[in-house]
Design a protein around this ligand. Sequence first.
Ligand SMILES: Nc1ncnc2c1ncn2[C@@H]1O[C@H](COP(=O)(O)OP(=O)(O)OP(=O)(O)O)[C@@H](O)[C@H]1O
Ligand SMILES: [Mg+2]
Length: 360
Amino acid sequence: MDPLKLISVLPLQQNWTPPTLPERNCEFNEIIRYATMPIPRNIFVSGPRGIGKTVTAKRVCEEYKARFPSRSVFYIQMYRGLSETWDKFYMEKPKCKRNASTFKQGIGDHVLIVLDDVDCLYRKNDLNYLLHDLFNLDRQLCVILISTQSLYTYERTVFTDAVKSRCQFMPFAFRPYNVNEIASILQMRLNLAVEGSVSQDALKFISEKVYRHGSDMRLGLRILANAVNLAVQSSQPLTLTIAEQAWRQEKQSYWRQEYMELPPHMALLLFSVCVLLQKGEKVTSGAAYKMYNELCRYHTVKPLSTRQLSAYLSILEQKGFLSTSQSMSNLGKTTTITSDLPLEILVEAGRTLDWQTILK
Ligand SMILES: Nc1ncnc2c1ncn2[C@@H]1O[C@H](COP(=O)(O)OP(=O)(O)OP(=O)(O)O)[C@@H](O)[C@H]1O
Ligand SMILES: [Mg+2]
């Protein structure tokens, strides 16, 4: 097998729009068909995270622009509020007023507008206002809305009757990819990124992991980029062993992030518990606090009191990281800690953190 050579990193990056969309061709063609009809239809794309809604819409914008160079095409990423959305949309034009009326000026007679991630809007009515504004323009308009929630949910809980009758969205529910589809998408991106051997076992391994995590292709691309990196650095082909190593790294970085999102001392307490549990011993709260204190001493930071630690332990339990059970003996009450988290990965991830800086 030939060692892997990198031709371009771009196809392995998440914000890159590929020239073709394997496994989304049907959806792409259908959307293009409705968007380019003499009287275009409005479209509502829904589906879980990371399954190609945005990338399909972006390819639709490109195709529409190629077919009708004189028409206007806008891709608008929605944020929490409308003012924030317009602020970000007009980022490169600091001097113009950032609102819907600026947008409406001079957009031409035929317009395609994609409103992505409409579920980000905090206030339900913001979307109604925006659609009202757009449809009052009296232009030949095609609006594509993208959301993780279904059109049915929007019609029941968000849209006003006026919006419903005016826009009449066509529902497009994107379904998650299956293992083979994931593999073919990854293969397409690999073909554009590298030269050399990629074992089919490696690709299958990554695709199965992605499938088990809701077919979120972002995860797929992250593992793939990790694996390519490892193979290129060690001048090897992309083998199953390398794919497994890339997956471990991905899990580690996931758990690193989880630690970082906890208050620092709570994270260190969790790490202490994991270290002890991984040794296969019965872990009591006392043992965990002792380990935590030792780590604090090692990192030269002041430890929290036992009372605070006990409160932290309950929070970790509420968050689902650990379970505790109480028992009475002649030595008093003992709290035993268990956990069904992947301990080995948590310990590995915890070891790579710079605790001294985190705890400061
Ligand atoms: N069929 C496909 N072909 C090539 N790349 C794909 C395909 N589907 C998804 N991807 C890639 O997977 C990643 C995630 O896709 P995308 O951002 O479109 O997901 P999404 O459905 O919009 O997710 P979210 O709801 O979180 O916004 C992107 O990098 C995208 O390029
Ligand atoms: Mg998206």
